[in-house]
Each structure stands twice: as structure tokens, then as C-alpha cells.
Design a protein around this ligand. Sequence first.
Ligand code: MTE
Ligand code: QUE
Ligand code: MOS
Length: 799
Amino acid sequence: MRNLTNVPKGTDKSVDAATQAIEIGLGGVGKHKKHESAEKHVSGEALYIDDKPELQGQLHAAVGQSTHAHANIKSLDLSAVKAAEGVIAVITVEDVPGHTDIGPVFPGDPVLAIGKVEYVGQPIFAVAATSHDLARKAVTLAKIDYEPLEAVLTVKQALEQQSFVRPPFTMQRGESDAAIEKAKHQLSGEITIGGQEHFYLEGQVSSAEPTEDGGMVVYSSSQHPSEVQKLVAEVLAIPLNLVVVDTRRMGGGFGGKETQAAPWACLAALLANKTKRPVKFKLSRMDDMIMTGKRHPFENNYTVGFNDKGVIEGINITVNGNCGYSPDLSDAIVDRAMFHSDNAYYLNEAKVTGNRCRLNTVSHTAFRGFGGPQGVMTIEMVMDDIARHLGKDPLTIRKANLYGKNERNITHYYQTVEHNKLPELMDSLEQSSDYQARRKSINDFNKQSPILKKGLALTPVKFGISFTVQHLNQAGALVHIYTDGTIHLNHGGTEMGQGLFTKVAQIVAEEFQVNVDTVGVSATRTDKVPNTSPTAASSGTDLNGKAAQAAAITIKKRLINFACEHYFIDESGVVFDNNQVILSMNDKVMHTFSFAEFVQQAYMNRVSLSATGYYKTPKIHFDRSTGKGRPFFYYSTGASVSEVLIDTLTGEYKVLRADILHDVGHSLNPAIDRGQIEGAFIQGMGWLTTEELMWNDQGRLLSNNPATYKIPAISDTPEDFRVDLVPDDPNREQTIYNSKAVGEPPFMLAISVWSALKDAIASVADYKLSPKLDTPATPERVLWAVESMKAHNKTDKTA
Ligand code: MTE
Ligand code: QUE
Ligand code: MOS
């Protein structure tokens, strides 16, 4: 573990200290490398799809949206739309030549409404016009007659009516009912967890160009170009080899562009096909917020049995995900909530049930953590509740329930938690953050401060890495070396700001020991690497990094063979170092070539300088029928401590300080990893505090713009923010350079903010009660929770 005294905190030096121990190769792995587009991002030169120059004849799309949450369409009169200024084409589902359902995994998502609508905002018809504004104006002119139907608008309603998008599923280990009953103490509780708008800076956008042979080239801001390719081909009824999807970068995806980039690409392609002109479809911010799915809101509950030490002996957890109107990715998302209902804790006898509730709202989708955060929240609530019941510090309860090293280490889905670092990691953070001293001083502060109260909490994260759907855990890459020694890299992953392209370029540069700047990154394209998985589940680098390394190794082996044959030396005499190829015999250097010179020689001697690479994750399997297996290759872990200050008269609050210690194994790029950790924490904080989605009783989204939906601003960053990587702690599994995935896990570090808010609120009733605090914990909810503590104090006094 980290030497606590030597690590300066909250400064750039801490990153250096954290990475000094990493063996740094000359190619670039392990170094602080700035994002491949960093300068372009800040100067505005990075091209997003909407920045591309207009093509000749380019049209712009818009859709007419449902104004009802659930209704039959009695009649649809589009004559005024067709006659409107600038309108070139109008289509309904009847004009779709191929498949009309674009459900990504299960059917249920019509590309345009088929006779009925199932949420407010559902696309009913689409228009191509000569400008974006004219297209948007035209769609308002439709005359639509609806026959309203009863709408399901709450999770409670959905549960009552057994309205599900997929059947319920249970994971079980042991006999939890009996264990709970036998235990000395029992508790139960429930929590409502809000959803979250992705609020990527670049909205959903696609641009489609017809090709001369009846195909389509589609530029799409998508995390899943291969799925866009498949769905575009299907709606057009053309083979996949006639569709090319190109994604250079996204201005953020966060899961929102895994499945939900496809509808706009399909509609652009349908209109392009109909008009034989290029068509661009970009959503305005408000339309994007109304028409695309969000993080699943959940309503979860638990019953737990535990002993005097607060150790869980048995637990039943039910997670109820609000999936919206269609399955989308909800089956896998609710599964991930169930897989993370233990977070870092051994549950002993446990039963976890997941319901996939069907509501008449937009279909909810992937968002950083993919259901995991909603599962983790539930067990963290249990920890706080047990602590208040027993009158102990929640940290004591958390530590008492952590997975063990060689015992108490089997999850409720029967995966063994190996190489568990959390006991030491949490001890280390407890010390470096001065937890105990601050706990004492906060208690003192709260005693003498009647209105302002402070709270403190330390929470862990354990997040399973791999797609829980086995076949997605594969990737491909394509590497070319040109005769000037520059390298062209392409792989199946997409760049959404997370730094994937930078990391994979570093890996290829490392293999040849050349400067990373000589590795050109290029747009993800379905004609370069086929049949790719979405860039998701934090697995982009793990999968594509290994695939690109495999391709590089293939070429490197050819180069080595060439050197051996041409210069009559052994393999051991060929060394790639510092942009050179050094050839020796009997430890005596014979030739030193620049990498470019050597590559040129190889070319002249007819050596192939292009290769594909492929990777699939080993060891993983899961049998959903028994609920048993090893769905995750490994776990990423971390912990955070948050300190908050609340005003008990207004409910307003601030995060005063946050300390994070997060494990990324051998970091491939500490600067980027740190950026991911900071960004994820702030995004998680937004989810749990200020970002409130509000639908009215007609199913219409009211929080549909940045004035009514509050994402964190720079001023919401904790005043004192200390982020450390666990240094020199390679992944025990054979991942790329023994690194660990970083994209999603640190999102859940923000749960310490929520727990700290509850700690501050609990102080009002002398820590005797566990405040119920649904999320987002807006100032109103904090105030209500404070009021309930005060009400308890009153009844306590009168009793
Ligand atoms: N970071 C930025 N800047 N933008 C994003 O859209 N998406 C997150 C995370 N970090 C995201 C991000 C999500 S949801 C995932 S799954 C991972 O990045 C995906 O990329 P990776 O697998 O390459 O880490
Ligand atoms: C985590 C994820 C995803 C996941 C499972 C995880 C994800 C995703 C899918 C998925 C599932 C079935 C499909 C498909 C995708 O599963 O992002 O195309 O057929 O897209 O544990 O992030
Ligand atoms: Mo991330 S939610 O897996 O795109």
C-alpha cells in the first residue's frame, strides 16, 4: 500500500508520486499523455458531425412527436406538413422499406409509431427539409387525432399491474428468509432513486449519404457503430456490406449513445434513401432531453437480519427499475443492479430480485454504471440504517461487512471475490483523510452549532468489469505501418472524451518503442473493423487495447523474422528501442536503423506491414438460469470520504472536502485516469444531489432544459478535492499491462456525498435515527429529512 506520509495530496505531484513505481516504457504506456484531441477540444477545432461542411443538396431532418403518453392514433393528416416551406420529403412507418422495429436486443422500439404511441415525445413521422429550422417548423403543422389510453406512469402502478418489459429474475444464495428471522436484529427500508439525463455536450446527431450502389455512409455520434450499421441496413432492407458507419468522436456519450444514437441514424438514412440526398439529423437540446432515455429511476427495498456487531446474516433485496416503454438494454441494466446489490459486502444468505417495470415514458437506457449505482445505493443505505440502529459509526459497519480475503468472499451470484484490496484501501483512506479526527471534530462542531451541521462518510466501491452478456466481451483492431514508419491504428472502440484513442495509441507505440505521436488514430469505421461491441461497460481499453496489441505483435514478429533472415542474426539480437531497431550478434551491435529506415527495408523485401488483431476476455461465464457463474473478469475498487455542511433551516448544503483513493492497477495513463475519476465523481454527485427529472401526471417531462435541470457547475466541485490513485498495484489478472478499467467505477464514489448528507441530518436527532433521503437529495429533500428528525425529537420529549 501507499506510503501515507510521502504522498502529497490534491496536487499534480500526487499523480507523479502515484506513478513513479510504474515501469515506464519508451513507447508511452504508463506516462501522463494528454488526450489525443486535447488542444482541438479547447480551441474548437475538433470536428463533430454538425461541424462538417454541408454537402451539396444536404437536407435536415426533424420528427413529429407524440403529445400523449399512451394513445391510439385515430388519424394523421400531414398535408400541411408536406406543403410547408422547404419540405422535400415526409415519411411515416409505411414508407419504411425494411424492418420497422429497431429494438437493439428485444423488439419493442418502432422506428416511427405504428398506429399507437407509448410515451410523450415518441416520433410519429419524419421530415426532410432544406434547413434545420424549416424542418422543425414543418413538423408542428401535423393534425393528429388521438384516442387516449390508460397510461402507466409510476413504478408502483407498474408493479401492481405486473407491467414489465421483461420477466422478473432472482439471484439467490442460501436461505435468506430463515437467516433474517434467526438474526438478533431485523430492519427494513425502501428508497426511491432518481434517474439522470446524460447531458452530453454534443447532442444526438447523425448524417447519412446515399452511395452509388444503393448503400449508405452514415456519420453517427454513436458508442455502437456496428449496431447503427445493422439497424440502418435492416430499415432499408439492404445487406450490411452496403452500409458504412463512421464515428470519429462523440462530445460525450455516457451510455446515452449506446442504443439511442440509432433511431436518428435510421431516420436520416430513410430520408436520404427516399430523397437520394444527404440528410443530417441533429436533435435540439430540448428534443434530446424529451426523446431520449435516461438513467433508470429505481424504487428499491430491503429486509435485513444482523448481529450485535452489525454483521449481515441474511438479506432480501428487491430492485425495481423504471425501464420506460420498451426493453432497450433494461434486462442487462437491472441485472447489473442486482449484481451490485452487494457492493463491497459479504451478504451471507441473500436473495436479490429484479423487476423490469414498464411505464409509458421514454425508454430508459445505459448510463455510466449501467444499473450498478442503483444497486450499490441500496446496500449503502442498509449500512447506514444498521449503524443508526446499533448506535455505531457507519464506517464500523461497512468495515465489518466487507468481503474477506480467503473467507466470506463469495457473492450472491457465486463469483469468488479474489485479490480484494478494499480492507487495506479503506484503512489507507481512513488514515490519509484523517477520518477519525475529523469525525470527532465534526461531533464537537455539531454540538455547538444549532443550525449548520456537518456530516462525514466513507464509502467503498467494487465494480465488476466485463459485459455480463458474454459475447460482447470481444474486440478487433487493424494496424498498418507505412513506409515512412508512421503507424495507422484503427479498432472497434469509440472515442467519447474518455481517452480511449490515446491509451490504445500508447499501447501500440509501446509495442514498437516509438513515439506515440507517430501513431495516427482514426475514426471508428465499420468497414475497417467489423462486428464490434459497444464502447461500454468500461471495457474499451481492456478489449481494444489487447486487440491492437495483438495486431502490433503480429507485425512486430514479421519484422523480427525479416531481420533474422536478412541479417543472419537470432531473434534475441533484434531490439526495438527509442524509435530505432538495433540489430546485434553475440551482444555486439551490428546495425542501428531508425524505425522508419527499418520499415522501409522490410517493405522493399516484401514483408506485409498490415495486420488485424483480436481479443476475447478469458475466464468469464454466467448461467442466468441458475444465477451462478463468474460474470466479471475482475473487480475495480476504490473508496471516497466526503464531508458536507448543511443548513438545517433551508436544506442548502455544500461539499467541503472529498478524498478519493481509487485503484486502476498499473495505470496506462495516470493523467487520463485521474480525469476520469474526477469527472465521474462530479457526475455522480450531480446525479445524487441536484439533477432532478420531473414528469407531470400526463407523462410529460418538465425538466427538459438546462434551466429546469441542474447539472453540477465548476462551483459545485468540493473546495478541497484530493484524488489519489493506488500506486503500483498491478491487476492480478492478465489485462492490458495489468491496468484496470476506470470509466464507470468512480461514478459510485459520489455515494459518500449522499451518505455524508444523511450523517449531517442524523446529527439533528443525535444519530439515533437513520434519515430517509431519496435521491436526488435536493435542498428540499434535505430539509424534509431534517424536519422529520425534528419531529422525532419533539415526540421523544413529550413521550
Ligand atoms: N468520459 C467522457 N469524457 N465521456 C464519456 O462519454 N463515458 C463513460 C466513461 N467515461 C464517458 C467517459 C462511460 S458510460 C463508459 S462505459 C466509459 O467511459 C467507456 O469508455 P472506456 O470503456 O473506454 O472507458
Ligand atoms: C454492462 C454494459 C452493457 C451490457 C452488460 C453489462 C452494455 C450493453 C449490453 C448489451 C446486452 C445485450 C445485447 C447488446 C448489448 O450489455 O452496455 O447488444 O444484445 O450494451 O454488464 O455496459
Ligand atoms: Mo457506459 S453506461 O457502459 O456506456
